[in-house]
Design a protein around this ligand. Structure first.
Ligand code: SAH
Ligand code: SF4
Length: 353
């Protein structure tokens, strides 16, 4: 049997594809819709759980697809109970992390889109080490299904802020967005979904076009100076700050939601008054919200987290310009699970697949 085919997750199927699959296997198209109900309403892991499907169809589907491309190894809750980190193993034996953040009545899943990341931002754990591979749309959606299955909670929000650069795995990300939003899928409204990018401008334009500006866009800015941004994020050499601002100005006409800037504050690097003033100048015409993220130390870098007072004064400068600013609570710092700080730390400690 072809292992690669077996590894294809049914969680990556759209309604049209599921119907086509049923037809191809000699059954009416509505069986495809039934299959999706088992997936998205019951998060099945074995096809035999799909009791309303004929045994013959279940058997045939299981020959080419899996309902468990991700194997849950661990689920760790932070001490304050606000975040849970899920460690999965992929069919090719790699590790993948997903986080559930339970705050203010929301159940937000932070999904990964790649194993590792090619962008290499200097402060980010995901960008360290060798790039693994892109995740399939099924593997992205299965993270949400897995969290729902394990916790029994209804996922209300999704953020694409786990490991990887979503727009560098464009088609799989777009397809997973379709499945998460569809009424036959998870039915999560576009205003509750955020895609975060380091600023791949041509892909940002395409992303906005595909989703008619409805899915939220968050842009990792991290500096309002072109020079500092290049030092922090190599992608800035390719798509520099003026180019990024120009693109944002253009797409802002189509975007139905406000843009968010993520700004990881690093002591003495990007937390000066001048940075804040320039950031305000950039954000104001775009009516962008700003999310300040105090740097979470990673072992490769000797960067420091700014003091609380510094973070506050940075925030005050922005607010004095009438901007909306939030400071990200480092939910789950104790289990190293804050969204956007995922890494394959433990790969070496685990038994081979
Ligand atoms: N690749 C995308 C999405 C994943 S990263 C992007 O960069 O936007 C999500 C967020 O986590 C980014 O804004 C990033 O700046 C932040 N992040 C990464 N490492 C961090 C660290 N050590 N401390 C604080 N924030 C970090
Ligand atoms: Fe990749 Fe985002 Fe980390 Fe940069 S911050 S290395 S783009 S995951």
């Amino acid at each position: 049997m072809d292992l690669k085919k077996i590894a294809e997750s049914v969680y990556g199927l759209t309604l049209a594809e599921a119907e086509e699959l049923a037809r191809r296997l000699g059954h009416p198209a509505y069986r495809g819709r039934q299959l999706l109900e088992w997936l998205y309403r019951h998060q099945l892991t074995e096809f035999d759980q799909a009791k309303t499907l004929p045994a013959d169809l279940r058997k045939k589907i299981s020959e080419t697809h899996t309902a468990r491309a991700l194997e849950l190894l661990e689920a760790n809750r932070s001490s304050n109970g606000e975040s849970t980190k899920f460690l999965y193993r992929t069919h090719d034996g790699r590790l993948l992390e997903t986080v559930l953040i339970s705050q203010q009545g929301r159940e937000t899943v932070c999904v990964s889109t790649q194993l590792g990341c090619k962008m290499g931002c200097v402060f980010c754990a995901s960008g360290k080490g060798k790039f693994g591979r892109n995740l399939s749309s099924g593997e992205i959606v299965e993270q949400v299904a897995g969290v729902t299955r394990t916790t029994g909670r209804r996922v209300s929000n999704i953020v694409y802020m786990g490991m990887g650069e979503p727009l560098d795995n464009f088609e799989a990300t777009m397809k997973s967005l379709d499945i998460l939003q569809a009424p036959w899928g998870f039915g999560i409204g576009s205003r509750r979904i955020t895609v975060s990018t380091s600023g791949i401008t041509p892909k940002m334009v395409e992303f906005v076009r595909r989703h008619e500006g409805r899915v939220r866009l968050s842009v990792s800015l991290h500096s309002s100076s072109d020079k500092t941004r290049t030092e922090l994020m190599p992608i800035n050499k390719r798509y520099n700050l003026p180019e990024l601002i120009k693109t944002l100005t253009e797409i802002n006409r189509t975007l139905k939601r406000e843009i968010t800037f993520e700004f990881t504050l690093i002591d003495g690097i990007n937390d000066s008054r001048e940075e804040a003033e320039t950031l305000a100048k950039i954000s104001k015409p775009l009516a962008a919200k700003i999310n300040l993220i105090p740097y979470n130390p990673i072992r490769e870098m000797d960067f420091k987290t700014p003091s609380k007072a510094k973070v506050e004064s940075f925030q005050k400068i922005l607010e004095a310009h009438g901007l909306r600013v939030t400071v990200r609570q480092t939910a789950g710092r104790d289990i190293n699970a804050a969204c956007g700080q995922l890494r394959l730390d433990r790969e070496k400690d685990l038994p081979a697949a």
